[in-house]
Design a protein around this ligand. Structure first.
Ligand code: SME
Length: 148
């Protein structure tokens, strides 16, 4: 759950930045990391049928390459659909980055029909993310896609 004011400030900061590519993606993840429930904020780029870890803020993860179809991240691509998970403990197809993670949201970054990658956020609280987060991440995804 993110307030309209918080979301506006982050979108504005990213939109107004002169950065592009990896630098812009890192700046966006750093801005998101300020939000209380955003305990791990990262980007995966889609390369063929593999998601490759790109800019991120948070603990190091073993999951630097994720095949399409694996975990929440790979499922978003195989289903071509954003994922909002209230409690990751209820999933069979989940790749744990941290034992503290309870909720996760993945929003696809698209250019037209093409999937460029995704924004992946982990939270330590059950049910941390809702449609307000999805809307914010969707707006960021569009900005990142334009300056990929
Ligand atoms: N939990 C993800 C893996 C990436 S980490 O959260 C950084 C998944 O199940 O795909």
């Amino acid at each position: 759950m993110v307030s309209t004011e918080q979301a506006l400030a982050i979108v504005q900061q990213v939109r107004d930045s002169h950065a592009a590519g990896f630098d812009l993606r890192l700046l966006a993840m750093q801005a998101l990391d300020e939000l209380p429930d955003y305990n791990w904020s990262g980007i995966y780029r889609l390369e063929g049928d593999t998601l490759v870890l790109d800019a991120y803020v948070g603990a190091e993860t073993d999951h630097t390459r994720i095949p399409v179809g694996r975990g929440v991240c790979g499922t978003a691509v195989s289903q071509n659909k954003n994922q909002v998970i209230q409690d990751v403990r209820e999933l069979d197809n989940y790749l744990a980055c941290s034992v503290s993670t309870r909720s996760e949201i993945v929003v696809l970054i698209r250019r037209g029909e093409e999937i460029l990658g995704q924004i992946d956020i982990d939270g330590h609280r059950v049910g941390a993310f809702d449609d307000t987060d999805e809307t914010l991440l969707q707006e960021l995804a569009e900005i990142l896609a334009m300056r990929w």
